[in-house]
Ligand binder design. Structure first.
Ligand code: EPU
Length: 417
């Protein structure tokens, strides 16, 4: 398996361009199942998770191709309603085909995604909402089997804010008969991006980006050309890396409004952040102050930035508390950071971090994407070399991560297996 080696101690300097958002592209690609004809999506990041999705859509009968960050999907040949275990286990977000398949084919058989490294991650709220839309749901042999004569609009309240749950049900409801109201819906920018694409396909969705989304069902949708929004977690990761290394970095092609909470918290640590015309300029040269953080659904501080922010706090002046309220097991990186010399105590869903003078390089690994990214960040400031194993997690969600860091002056390289 490939490894990434990072030689710590370089200040990051220069500019970096942000790729399209993985978590916006995944539901939008699934939405292409909702109509016949060729959809064209640009600015699609070149990632393992995108390849897995295209493999799944092809398996379902869609024609897919990807070239230079442009993906074309034509679901005219959609003829298979089963997402098998082998494809779903590679990527939990495969569950996003459930809503479109039921809406389009009136039935779906999708392998249940299991728990993953960061938590149990049930899909009970997706299933309950789909049942309220009129689908019959059965669980058997590790699969969800859903069928219906015709989906009908319903008034749905989500007990917990769920991102892919909101997306799945939005995609099912656009072809349902009548009006659907989603209450306590997720407000993430990826929800708005999906609603925008669906509306351009001919759907009628109001309120996406707020907790109440109203969807008037339509009979059919048509294909579109759409651009994937920039990745706010990649943006935040480079912002944190710039602040951490005392760097001077311009982040290009981002949407600063999507990273408000991260900008706010980084400013409190002492970083200077200027935002102008989609460029975020991060400068830091005066040490790092400790700041408490609590992860929350958008517009709160994203759980997908918790691990990266924690690295910053490991070398900050003073102590702070980081609380993780979204996933029950998202401190996987803590043990590895401790091996690098960090002083972190975890109690329940909170981590107490006492800043230390330095981290020291070590062989490390993580079992989730953002935890792996945090270890790269730790490597950037650690003494000597940090060896990050299980790089495939990074390849699932960060495009050209090493070369982007190299451009900024980091000493980082991949060692092929
Ligand atoms: N939940 C339930 N029941 C459900 C659905 C969710 O109890 O039916 C709970 C989850 O267990 C969790 C909370 O609700 O405690 C929030 O989970 P959510 O459903 O919002 O997460 P997700 O949709 O599975 C997406 C992102 C994650 C990101 C979370 C939270 C995609 C493909 N994935 O996951 O991204 O962490 O929202 O913002 O959009 C990543 O990119 O590394 C990643 C993990």
């Amino acid at each position: 398996m490939d490894k990434i080696l990072v030689q710590g101690g370089r200040r990051l300097n220069g500019s970096v361009r942000i790729s399209g958002a993985k978590n916006a592209a995944l539901p939008i690609l699934a939405a292409a199942l909702l109509c016949d004809g060729t959809n064209t999506f640009t600015n699609v990041p070149d990632l393992k998770d995108i390849q897995s999705t295209l493999e799944l859509l092809s398996h379902l009968g869609a024609r897919c191709q990807m070239q230079d960050h442009t993906v074309q999907v034509d679901a005219a040949g959609l003829n298979n309603h089963e997402a098998p275990y082998d494809l779903v286990r590679k990527m939990r977000a495969s569950i996003l085909v459930l809503g479109p398949l039921v809406a389009r084919l009136k039935r779906a058989r999708v392998s249940l995604p299991g728990g993953c490294a960061i938590g149990a991650r049930p899909i009970n709220l997706h299933l309950r909402a789909l049942a309220l839309l009129g689908a019959t749901i059965e669980l058997s042999h590790g699969y969800v089997e859903a069928s219906c004569a015709q989906l009908r609009g319903a008034d749905i309240y989500f007990d917990v804010v769920t991102v892919t749950g909101t997306e799945n049900i939005m995609m099912a409801a656009v072809l349902a008969e009548g009006t659907t109201i989603l209450r306590n819906a997720a407000c993430e920018p990826e929800i708005e991006a999906l609603a925008d694409v669906l509306n351009r396909m001919g759907a009628s969705i109001r309120g996406a980006g707020t907790p109440e989304i109203v969807i008037e069902g339509v009979a059919r949708l048509h294909p579109v050309t759409a651009q994937i929004i920039p990745d706010r977690i990649e943006t935040g990761t480079f912002m944190a890396a710039a602040a951490l290394t005392g760097g001077d970095v311009r982040i290009l092609g981002a949407d600063p409004t999507h990273v408000d909470a991260v900008i706010h918290k980084l400013r409190l640590t002492g970083a200077h952040i200027d935002v102008q015309d989609g460029t975020i300029h991060v400068q830091s040269n005066n040490g790092i102050g400790s700041v408490d953080v609590k992860t929350l659904p958008y517009p709160g501080f994203p759980t997908d930035m918790q691990a990266q922010f924690m690295v910053l706090m490991t070398v900050a002046r003073g102590s702070c508390l980081i609380s993780e309220t979204i996933f029950e097991n998202r401190f996987i990186h803590v043990g590895e950071l401790r091996r690098m010399g960090a002083d972190i105590t975890v109690s329940g869903n909170a981590a107490l971090i006492k800043g230390v003078a330095k981290l020291s390089g070590a062989p490390v690994m993580a079992t989730d994407l953002r935890a792996s990214a945090s270890l790269i960040l730790a490597g950037l400031i650690a003494e000597n070399t940090t060896e990050i194993n299980r790089v495939y997690h990074l390849d699932r969600g960060y495009e050209s991560l090493e070369s982007k860091f190299q451009q900024l002056g980091a000493v980082i390289r991949r060692v092929k297996a």
